[in-house]
Ligand binder design. Structure first.
Ligand code: NAD
Length: 260
């Protein structure tokens, strides 16, 4: 119970990676806010955690809506007393070549990943900076924070951008005991990835099996998907690490796909 007495707010926690991160932080003793645009699913995750004896609440939260982010974060503070850990994780994917990429899709991807990271960080810092109590902000980046793939211009640009935000926050936050990180998974079989398999097969003119074996896992050392647990355990490790020895870092969790 290394996180007993701590409060974590996880965005996009109603599904996939965010849900697993919320489970891991709750199992370690944190009170967890399940913040998602899909309130019904967030409520189901929070209820499930409560049945397991954890402290949890659902928050209706569109990360691109400044007022909703401010109010949702305040509700978490009013209920649990603070925000010690922010995991800015909500995300979407749109695949298309640049010359056919709709500007509206570009703006939506950038808004959810980059604006959402900024807005949730700003809202959480208000509480973390109070009396320099501090905290940890973890962004879900991607191997695509470091590498490019065809068809993913907006996503790759957004995920690279998170490195910059985390690095600035590491410097600005240090005097207030705030640390930041970007956790960068390889492909994890969540709804976000399941959707891409047929889309990429069609765009690239190859079979779905080839998308998985060549495009998604071809550069790993073991041909394995990154698991939800791989990512959640990394977030837990960073959330419980006691000093600022690590801050402003990128942790790549990708079965060797990208090494740096
Ligand atoms: P997912 O689709 O399973 O879950 C994403 C969640 O975000 C959903 O619950 C959705 O409702 C929520 N969401 C979407 N838009 C939102 C908004 N505007 N405000 C609040 N919540 C919103 O996806 P996932 O695979 O778990 O992805 C989570 C994060 O991990 C994303 O940032 C994604 O880019 C990143 N990531 C995923 C993979 C992968 O292979 N799955 C790899 C690297 C990085």
């Amino acid at each position: 119970m290394q996180l007993q007495g701590k409060v974590a707010l996880v965005t996009g926690a109603a599904s996939g990676i965010g849900k697993e991160i919320a489970d891991a932080l709750a199992a370690a003793g944190a009170a967890v806010a399940i913040a998602d645009i899909n309130l019904a699913a967030a409520q189901a995750v929070a209820e499930d955690l409560k049945l397991k004896g954890c402290q949890a609440m659902a928050v209706d939260f569109d990360v691109t809506d400044e007022a909703a982010v401010e109010q949702g974060t305040q509700r978490v503070v009013d209920t649990f007393g603070s925000v010690d850990i922010l995991v800015s994780n909500a995300g979407i994917q749109v695949v298309n070549p640049i010359d056919q990429f709709a500007y509206a899709d570009w703006k939506r991807v950038m808004a959810i990943h980059v604006d959402g990271a900024f807005l949730t960080t700003k809202a959480a810092l208000k509480h973390m900076y109070k009396d320099d109590r501090g905290g940890i902000v973890i962004y879900t980046g991607s191997v695509h924070s470091h590498l490019a793939s065809p068809l993913k211009a907006a996503y790759v640009t957004a995920k690279h951008g998170l490195l910059g935000l985390a690095r600035v926050l590491a410097k600005e936050g240090a005097p207030h005991n705030v640390r930041s990180h970007v956790v960068c998974p390889g492909f994890v079989r969540t709804p976000l990835v399941e959707k891409q398999i047929p889309e990429q097969a069609e765009e690239l003119g190859i079979s779905e099996d080839e998308v998985i074996k060549k495009v998604m896992l071809g550069n790993t050392v073991d041909g394995e998907f990154t698991t939800l647990q791989d990512v959640a355990q990394t977030v837990l490790f960073l959330s419980t690490f006691p000093t600022a020895a690590f801050t402003g870092q990128s942790f790549v969790v990708s079965h060797g796909w990208y090494m740096h």
